[in-house]
Write a protein that binds this ligand. Structure first.
Ligand SMILES: [Zn+2]
Length: 609
């Protein structure tokens, strides 16, 4: 089976290559000193027709929504022309090298440092080369349609193997991409990998694992991955046609790896710092999430993400669907695959429902607005302070909660006749399945209006679709989760009923006991003027030396009580005020003890038992 698929892949490559009259861009990657964590890159840009060549390092990477400026790790850059003589390069901006007077071909050699094993960066050491292409490869403006070859050289004394979604070339460590979009979307793991494969519905899947565990660990893991692949396929009714002939899971399970998952068109990178067995469910949830992306985002693609722009951050208002719906399906697929139980699935719903109901950010920004925050919040920490804890809810749980509400609303209206699976399938048939006329591209990316029209179509109710989008996606409402979940025998209830609450205030001991969180406008204590960095001294007559004193003080009171509070702000001004305590609003989703026959039947249709 694999042999047949591989030869089919070679035919595809030959077709792509013959479309392009110009010679491919050629990259050679070598690792003379892997212990020092840098890689040597030699890149050849032949057949140049323009007078100047604009070489670039990417600022961003497919699947990441923020800027990363990969040029920061590039050094020792040497440029030469057709006759081999060295050429000067000017620097138009921090990410570019511009070469003039090259005579029709440019060779560039450089070193790139990388010491981060995850889905975005580059990780070189004596155990492997873990390569995300935008973090590693210079490319050129105007040559985006050129094919490329990539050749790996073994580090001294190693016999590593390559796992990648790139097409195999004519030599063992040579690989091919039809164009820049596909090249940049194709990470590679070069190391002492173990490889397993399986077939579902005549589609081939490979699991490449670089780990410190046993073969038995790997085999057990691959069995669970296969279950996930089957149940994810059942949502859509079919698999995409993976261009290289198979889909590849590139897994690095190493003590020095970061915790990450990154989707690509025909592969995913999953990195994990603990052994396979210990974080089993979280790791499998990541597998389900990333694999679901091979439909939702890689092929059913929001228009703002197509094509990917390596010079700037793409912007999309639809990440609540692209990421949030994927976030919802991860635990759902694990449950349907029999890999989790009802209480753990209910916990995943708790995280969605409590976030969307209680996080203050929903009142400031809609799900679409939150999606557009991705270029800022997907990059990690900022240097300046932000008020995001009050004004931003991540589009992952926000969109996941919207998916939960929509799935249950569709099922509720039709007695389980229509569900979110039907919506995803309709999006797939209209926007994903038509694919792209060029490998790595999507010809029919969707807009929010397209998604709403698809919902109108699937539900047969245009007014329902309009109402749902205007209230929960463009507006600021939270859906009626208690009623929706009750049909499946799940209860939404207060996590701490009757507990007095003044807000989710966290404290830190730093020159006194100080507030370490922003104070949200909908917390009872907001009205007193208490804010981050203020020193909290007394609550309800109790001297506060830490969070446990705060709990003790509140434990003596009930919601509705008015209690004194004493604090000093960071300018030294002291305040004595009164706060009216509320009931702790946090929610949890739990199964009812004895579900009715109707609830059991509903649950079985939804969660598959
Ligand atoms: Zn994702």
């Amino acid at each position: 089976m694999l042999k047949r698929l591989l030869s089919a892949a070679l035919v595809v490559v030959a077709t792509y290559a013959s479309d392009r009259a110009a010679e491919p861009v050629r990259y050679r990657l070598s690792f003379p000193e892997p212990q020092h964590r840098w890689m040597q890159v030699a890149a050849a840009f032949p057949d140049l027709t323009q007078q100047t060549l604009e070489l670039r390092m990417s600022r961003s990477s497919p699947g990441r929504y923020s800027l990363h400026d990969f040029a920061k790790n590039v050094y020792d850059v040497r440029v030469s022309g057709k006759d081999g003589r060295e050429l000067p390069a000017t620097r138009p901006d921090p990410d570019g090298w511009t070469v003039a007077g090259h005579g029709g071909a440019v060779n560039v050699e450089y070193k790139v440092y990388g010491d981060r094993v995850d889905g975005t960066y580059l990780g070189i050491d004596t155990t492997h080369a873990h390569i995300n292409m935008p973090a590693a490869l210079m490319w050129a403006h105007g040559l985006e349609d050129r094919s490329a070859t990539l050749t790996f050289e073994q580090p001294p004394g190693r016999t590593w193997r390559v796992a990648t979604q790139l097409h195999p070339g004519s030599r063992p460590l040579e690989f091919i991409a039809g164009n820049l979009q596909y090249l940049m979307d194709s990470p590679a793991e070069f190391g002492p990998i173990a490889m397993r494969q399986f077939t579902v519905d005549s589609h081939a899947f490979r699991v490449s694992l670089h780990h410190t565990g046993s073969d038995a660990d790997l085999d057990a893991y691959v069995k669970e991955v296969e279950k996930i692949v089957r149940l994810a396929g059942a949502v859509y009714g079919e698999y995409p046609d993976y261009e290289p002939g198979q889909y590849t899971f590139l897994v690095d399970d190493l003590p020095y790896a970061g915790t990450d998952g990154m989707e690509h068109r025909n592969s995913t990178v999953i990195t994990w710092p603990s052994a396979l067995a210990s974080d089993r469910l979280e790791l499998l949830d990541t597998v389900a999430h990333e694999f679901f992306h091979s439909w939702n985002v890689e092929r059913i693609r929001p228009s703002g993400l197509e094509p990917f722009d390596f010079d700037r951050a793409n912007l999309s208002g639809e990440l609540w669907l692209a990421e949030g719906f994927t976030q919802y399906y991860g635990p759902l697929i694990l449950h349907r695959a029999g890999l989790t139980d009802l209480s753990s699935t209910a916990r995943s719903f708790t995280a969605l429902v409590d976030t969307v109901v209680n996080d203050p950010g929903r009142h400031t920004r809609s799900a679409e607005d939150m999606s557009r925050m991705a270029p800022f919040i997907d990059g990690g920490r900022t240097i300046d302070r932000t008020n995001w804890s009050n004004t931003v809810v991540s589009y992952y749980p926000f969109g996941g909660a919207i998916a939960l509400a929509l799935d249950l609303a569709l099922r509720d209206r039709t007695d389980n006749g229509i569900s979110l699976d039907d919506f995803m399938r309709a999006m797939w048939r209209t926007y994903g399945k038509p694919g792209g006329s060029r490998e790595g591209y999507v010809d029919r990316p969707y807009t929010a209006a397209d998604a709403e029209a698809t919902l109108a179509d699937v539900s047969g109710d245009k007014a329902f679709a309009r109402d749902f989008f205007s209230r929960y996606i463009q507006g600021h409402d939270a859906a009626g989760y208690p009623r929706l979940l009750a049909r499946a025998g799940l209860v939404v209830r207060k996590t701490h009923p009757g507990r007095a609450w003044l807000g989710d205030v966290l404290l830190v001991t730093r020159n006194g006991v100080r507030v370490s969180t922003l104070v949200a406008p909908d917390w009872p204590v907001y009205a007193t003027g208490l804010e981050q960095d203020d020193e909290l001294q007394e609550v309800a007559g109790q001297h506060v030396r830490g969070e446990s004193d705060l709990s003790i003080a509140l434990g003596r009171h009930k919601p509705g009580d008015r209690v004194p509070i004493v604090f000093t702000d960071r300018t030294g001004r002291s305040t004595r005020a009164t706060v009216t305590l509320a009931e702790d609003p946090h929610l949890e989703v739990v199964p009812v003890e004895t579900p009715t026959a109707a609830q059991k039947a509903f649950r079985a249709r939804w969660l598959g038992k």
